[in-house]
Each structure stands twice: as structure tokens, then as C-alpha cells.
Write a protein of this length. Structure first.
Lengths: 360, 366
């Protein structure tokens, strides 16, 4: 009996020595925190981030364990939650809203050993980087679909706020639409909110009443899709593929694909290759897509869009390549040139064909 | 209607003190079921909710930080509520205070005297008062219901703040994001304890609570307001002017909420942004009632409310529960607290299936 026990212990020690020791003690999983400003819903901004989080957990398996904190208010609450995550040993924290910028920066200063990734901001530190996506690329493709499909030649856009990030999306869309049909006009209504089903619905209906037959949006609810479905019009979705809410109306949707992104960035923190260089990823990196085109889109349009998508991914086509004129007809991007990233960051003008006013 | 709610002939002194304890126990029981249902050990969940957040100095600092704006708003509201002035728009008055106090700081960037902060507080209080004064004026001049007016003014204040930070006050170096430039150091509340975020806002809130206690206990005006609230005819007979009470009730509420706005902007946020409060002005309405409109009670109630919020977030981080669960638990606690308060002075009476109406006629108040 005693002998058996000793044997077992020896065997165990040997096994540990052979299997455990050479690889170093089995690494603790990297704890990854995700801070969301809204609850994880069925579709939309936070839902897409959380989908990405699940893909990342699946892909990295035992190497990570993720914590999500949803519905976090900006300001002191965000500061406390981000700090709490770092204090609980999270080696990597993603804060997925612009409003968390200052608080993320402050906690990054307190926890130099943890890594912080902040979405859509412009402040960084040695252990904090920013990340965002070039939404104007899939938006250009969606614009092509809309430009080909509109019968009235007028497309509506339910906008949120006149920020550069939003103007890039609307302008990219308008350029795509006018590439297919140079006479297309894009009418913009701002609802001054990222998420307000009531006002998004009103704005969509108002656009339909003005002769628009396709509505696109830079807001987060299903209201424009539902409005289009009800009115028998067409819609370009945003943030999520919402075909289930508009089976007869959704032409396509502009969607982020966070899974591979979060897998890649989390992996880089685990293997020590992470840097604080700002990330502004594009379709080439697989972080953006358009939803499958609806059954109403004819095959030749599908083919043209697919061809353009291949060029964007290959880097041979840029949605903002000159000549591009603004609303007043002034040339903003000269023929043969491509807009510099700095100009995209500070974009405060609409391209020709967009009807809408911007604050000075 | 199967039940009627009737006033009790006399309220039990014992129950008056035992009720909060009883309601807490009932809420715990309901909360236990909730946590068991989603597969968490209730004892551990309660530990995470109520003990972990305040288990160190940093946590206590956070609790006080979170308490400050709720306490300020609730104190001001309670003075109005005692006079039957139904200001439910402290949120809007808070925003107005933030706009005025923060706006002043943005104009004073060249100055770093010690007077900058006091000036911001005066501006914030005046801003909150001005916002509440609109409701007072409309109430007195046109008999417009102050519940509706104060509530609607809240949305106007929020949109006005949006306009400012998207337009004229937008930071020129902020890539067009809706934020002002950061307030300079002289316009920020000093932190009181190293290693915490606790700032001067909490002592200010406590001073205001003490002042409110003195005002309610010792001033003739507060007495008049209270009589006017409890028995309007008696007040009229005594010659107490109702208009003055409405003005005072709303202006004091507005001033306190305005101070809360400055505390937030000059405290942790440090700038004007699209949203400066996650609903402190609305939470303060419940807090004022849990505290039974009494300043000491309100201090305790706002600490409790702040703990609910912080515990809720702690549970999200540590237990990984969705925010809906913490919301349900917070709601359950409040439900039992407010229900026990109601049942101290009222009773449910079985009326069978035939009676048509709900609430019985209130007895002649006062």
C-alpha cells in the first residue's frame, strides 16, 4: 500500500517534471475586460462587440477569460468600473465607447502593467492604444447598391451627429451611390442621438414623405428598418444585419466584424507583440463587411459591388479618391490623389450631392 | 377592484421603526430567490453587493463621491415636497447648474485664483434656480402643473447642453467630439484623500444637509411652508402666502440641484459633455422619500442609494451578472422600502369583487 502510494507520488512528480516544468508553469489565462455603455441587446453596437468577444473567447480558449460590464454610465462610474477591472487582475481592458476616453487614460496611468484599448478616441499612453474602423469602405459599397436600386433618385440618411466619423460614412455612401447614378441626391436628417427609436422612426417616415425610396442610417436601432418594411420602401442597415426585421426591405447593411479583431489584438497582448500604435483597420483586415445583398438586388449589381469590394480589399481603390467636390462644387480631393488620413479625421464637409447643412 | 387602500386610524410606533428592517429582510429574501434562480450563491452575492464595494478606503471614497450629487438634489427636493411643491425636474436643474458653473469656468481659464470655484458654485446655484423659476412662474401665473413643467424643462436643459458641446463650446482640439475643453486646475474640486477620488463635493453636500436641517427645524419660513403643504386652508387662514411657498420650494430645489451639477462637472468629469448625470436628479426623488423628507434620513438614504449603484456595478464585474439583474435587485429593494412606508400609514382592505374604485378619499389633511 505504502509502496503504491510512493509510486504514485513519484509518478505524479515525474509527470509534472516532464509535462509541467519544461513549458513553465501553465500560464494563467489572460483576464480580458469589456466595458459597454449600453446593455448587450439582440442587434446593434454593443451586441456586435459582444459577438466579437464570444468569437475571441472561442478562438483563444483557455488562454483567456473574459468579463463584460454592460450599461456603464460615463464619468465617475466608468472610472470606477475600469479601475475595478484592472484591480481584479484584468491584463487587458477594452472600453468600447468614445465617452470612456478620459477615464480609460486615468486608469491606464494607475495600472501600467495592464493594457487598455479604447474605441474611437484620440488619447493614448504607453499601455493604452486607440482603435477604430474605416466604416466608409463598406458604406461606399452600400451606397453603390442604393444608387443602383433607387427609382426616385433620392436617398435618405438618418444621421446622428455631425462628427468626422459620421461624415466619413455618409460621404463614402454618397460617393458610392453617385458612382452608380451621378444624379442621386442624399438627404440627411440628424436626430441628435446614437439610439432613439422614436426619432429614428420619425426621421425615416419624414424622408419617405419627401420622395425618398431608400433610407440609410448612422444610428443604432431597428426603427429605420421597421419603418421601411412598413412603408414598402428599402433600407440600408447599420451596425447589424437586420434582415430578419426587414426581409423585404433591407438591401444590405454596413457591419463591423469584431471577432477576428479581438482575437488578433488579445493574442498580441498574450504573446507580447502588442504596441500602442493607433489601429484604424479596414476591410482588408476583415473587420468590416456588408451584409448579404437582399434578393431584390439584380445580379449585375451584385457583381459590380463584389468587384469593387475586391479592389478595396486589394488596396487598388479608395472611396475618397479624387476628383471629389464638396456641396459648393469646390474640389476637395484633386484628381489622381487620395484623401490623407488626417483629413478624414477632421472631415467637416459633405460631398456634392448631399443635401444637409453642417454647423460652422 | 379587490383591495382598497385605507388610512390607518393610528400608526404603530413599533412598526414605524421596525418597518425598514422588515422591508430589508423581505428584500433580501426576494433577492436570494433571484440570485438562486440565476445560479449564484445569495450570501456571496450580497457580500459582493454590499460589503466588497466599501471594504477599503478607496471604496468608501467612491461611495461618498457617488452620494454627493444625489444628496444635494434630494435635500433641495425634500424642502419643496414638504410644502407640497412637486418639483420632479432636479435632473434638469442639475444640468442647468452644470452649464452655468462649467460655462463660467470655461470663460475664466486665464484666472487661477481661489475664488474661481466659489464663483462657479454661485453660478451653478443661480442656474439651477433660474431653471426652477420658470416652473414657479408658470405655476403662479398660469397655474401650470409644476410636475409636468419641471419634467419637460429637464429635456430642454439636456438638449441645450447638447447644443453647447456640439456647437459653441466644443473643444477645438477634440476632433469634433461633443465635449468642451478640460476645465483648468483652479476650476476643479480638490481631492481630499490620496488614493481615492473623494473630493470637496461630499463635505459641501453635508454642509447643505445641515443647513437644510437648521432651516427646517428653526425657521419660520420652513414652518409656513410645511403648514401650507399639510393644510392649505389653515395656512391661508393664518395668512401664509402660497405664492411665496411655491417660489421658495422650487428655488431651493433648483439651487441645490445646480450645486450638484457643479460638483459633477468640477469633480470627476472635469469638462462639459453631452451627458453630465446618469439620472441623479430622478434618483433623488426616491431618496427624498426613503429619507422621509428629513435631512438626516436623506443623508442615510442617499448613502444607501449610492451603495445600490456601486454594488450593482461591483456585481456586474465580480459575478458577471447582466445589468438587468442588478436593476431588478435594486428595484426590489426600493419596492419593499417604499411599500413598507406606505403600509405603516395605510392598510389594504379586502373589498370583494364588486367595488369599482381604488384609492379611497383622502381624509381631511391637517
Amino acid at each position: 500500500m505504502l509502496r503504491y502510494l510512493l509510486h504514485s507520488i513519484a509518478a505524479l512528480l515525474a509527470a509534472y517534471g516532464l509535462l509541467g516544468a519544461p513549458t513553465g508553469a501553465v500560464a494563467e489565462p489572460l483576464k480580458v475586460g469589456f466595458v459597454y455603455f449600453s446593455p448587450v441587446g439582440e442587434t446593434g453596437w454593443t451586441a456586435e462587440h459582444d459577438k466579437g468577444r464570444r468569437v475571441m473567447e472561442e478562438a483563444l480558449g483557455d488562454a483567456v477569460s473574459a468579463t463584460i460590464v454592460e450599461n456603464v454610465a460615463y464619468g465617475p462610474d466608468a472610472l470606477r468600473v475600469i479601475r475595478q477591472l484592472a484591480a481584479d487582475g484584468h491584463g487587458l481592458v477594452y472600453t468600447t465607447s468614445f465617452g470612456f476616453m478620459d477615464q480609460t487614460l486615468e486608469v491606464a496611468g494607475l495600472y501600467p502593467d495592464a493594457t487598455f484599448m479604447h474605441l474611437d478616441g484620440y488619447k493614448s499612453a504607453d499601455n493604452m492604444a486607440t482603435y477604430s474602423l474605416r466604416y466608409y469602405e463598406p458604406s461606399y459599397l452600400a451606397g453603390m447598391v442604393a444608387g443602383a436600386m433607387t427609382k426616385t433618385g433620392t436617398i435618405g440618411y438618418v444621421s446622428s451627429f455631425p462628427l468626422p466619423a459620421v461624415l466619413q460614412i455618409i460621404n463614402g455612401f454618397a460617393l458610392g451611390a453617385r458612382a452608380m447614378n451621378p444624379d442621386v441626391v442624399v438627404k440627411v436628417i440628424e436626430v441628435n442621438s446614437w439610439y432613439d427609436p422614436g426619432r429614428e422612426r420619425e426621421a425615416s417616415d419624414a424622408l419617405f414623405a419627401q420622395g425618398v425610396d431608400i433610407v440609410a442610417h448612422v444610428t443604432d436601432s431597428t426603427a429605420p428598418t421597421l419603418a421601411a418594411q412598413k412603408a414598402g420602401k428599402m433600407v440600408i442597415g447599420f451596425h447589424s444585419d437586420r434582415a430578419q426585421f426587414g426581409p423585404d426591405s433591407q438591401l444590405t447593411a454596413v457591419i463591423p466584424v469584431w471577432g477576428d479583431f479581438y482575437t488578433r489584438v488579445t493574442g498580441s497582448v498574450i504573446d507580447g507583440t502588442w504596441t500602442n500604435a493607433p489601429m484604424w483597420d479596414s476591410m482588408a483586415q476583415g473587420v468590416l463587411a456588408i451584409a448579404p445583398l437582399g434578393p431584390m438586388v439584380p445580379q449585375d449589381v451584385v457583381a459590380q459591388v463584389e468587384a469593387r469590394q475586391a479592389e478595396i480589399v486589394a488596396g487598388t481603390f479608395h472611396p475618397f479618391q479624387g476628383p471629389v467636390r464638396d456641396q459648393s462644387g469646390t474640389e476637395r480631393i484633386a484628381a489622381g490623389t487620395v484623401i490623407p488620413d488626417a483629413d478624414l479625421y477632421s472631415m467637416n464637409w459633405y460631398v456634392e450631392g448631399v443635401e444637409g447643412t453642417l454647423p460652422e | 377592484m379587490l383591495f382598497r387602500i385605507e388610512p390607518r386610524a393610528e400608526t404603530s410606533r413599533f412598526m414605524k421603526h421596525a418597518a425598514p428592517l422588515l422591508s430589508a429582510l423581505l428584500a433580501m429574501a426576494a433577492g436570494s430567490l433571484l440570485f438562486l434562480f440565476i445560479g449564484h450563491d445569495p450570501a456571496y452575492a450580497f457580500y459582493v453587493f454590499f460589503i466588497v464595494p466599501v471594504s477599503d478606503l478607496y471604496g468608501i471614497g467612491e461611495l461618498c463621491l457617488k452620494t454627493s450629487p444625489i444628496l444635494l438634489c434630494a435635500i433641495g427636493l425634500a424642502i419643496g415636497f414638504r410644502a407640497n411643491v412637486w418639483n420632479i425636474g432636479a435632473e434638469g436643474q442639475l444640468i442647468a447648474g452644470a452649464i452655468c458653473g462649467g460655462g463660467l469656468a470655461l470663460q475664466l481659464q486665464a484666472f487661477d485664483g481661489i475664488w474661481v470655484l466659489p464663483a462657479m458654485f454661485v453660478a451653478g446655484a443661480l442656474g439651477g434656480m433660474a431653471w426652477a423659476a420658470v416652473a414657479a412662474f408658470l405655476r403662479i401665473r398660469f397655474n401650470a402643473n409644476e410636475i409636468l413643467v419641471t419634467l419637460m424643462l429637464t429635456y430642454i436643459a439636456g438638449l441645450f447642453l447638447s447644443y453647447l458641446v456640439y456647437g459653441p463650446w466644443r473643444s477645438p482640439t477634440g476632433f469634433n467630439w461633443p465635449e468642451s475643453t478640460a476645465l483648468h486646475e483652479a476650476a476643479r474640486l480638490p481631492r481630499l484623500l490620496a488614493g481615492t477620488h473623494l473630493n470637496l463635493g461630499f463635505p459641501i453636500a453635508l454642509v447643505v444637509a445641515c443647513a437644510a436641517w437648521l432651516f427646517i427645524r428653526h425657521s419660520y419660513l420652513a414652518y409656513q411652508m410645511e403648514v401650507g403643504g399639510k393644510a392649505i386652508k389653515a395656512a391661508r387662514y393664518a395668512g401664509f402666502g402660497r405664492h411665496r411657498m411655491i417660489w421658495m420650494g422650487l428655488l431651493i430645489g433648483g439651487a441645490c440641484a445646480g450645486l450638484a451639477g457643479v460638483v459633477e462637472v468640477a469633480g470627476t468629469i472635469g469638462k462639459l459633455r453631452e451627458v453630465v448625470s446618469p439620472g441623479y436628479g430622478f434618483a433623488a426623488i426616491i431618496v427624498a422619500y426613503i429619507g422621509r423628507l428629513n435631512p438626516l434620513g436623506i443623508v442615510l438614504a442617499s448613502l444607501l442609494m449610492a451603495l445600490f449603484y456601486i454594488g450593482g456595478e461591483q456585481a456586474k464585474v465580480t459575478l458577471g451578472v447582466p445589468s438587468a439583474i442588478t436593476g431588478i435587485f435594486q428595484g426590489t429593494l426600493l419596492f419593499f422600502l417604499l411599500m413598507s412606508d406606505l403600509l405603516i400609514s395605510y392598510k389594504l382592505k379586502w373589498t370583494g369583487f364588486s367595488t369599482a374604485s381604488g384609492l379611497s378619499e383622502p381624509h381631511g389633511n391637517g
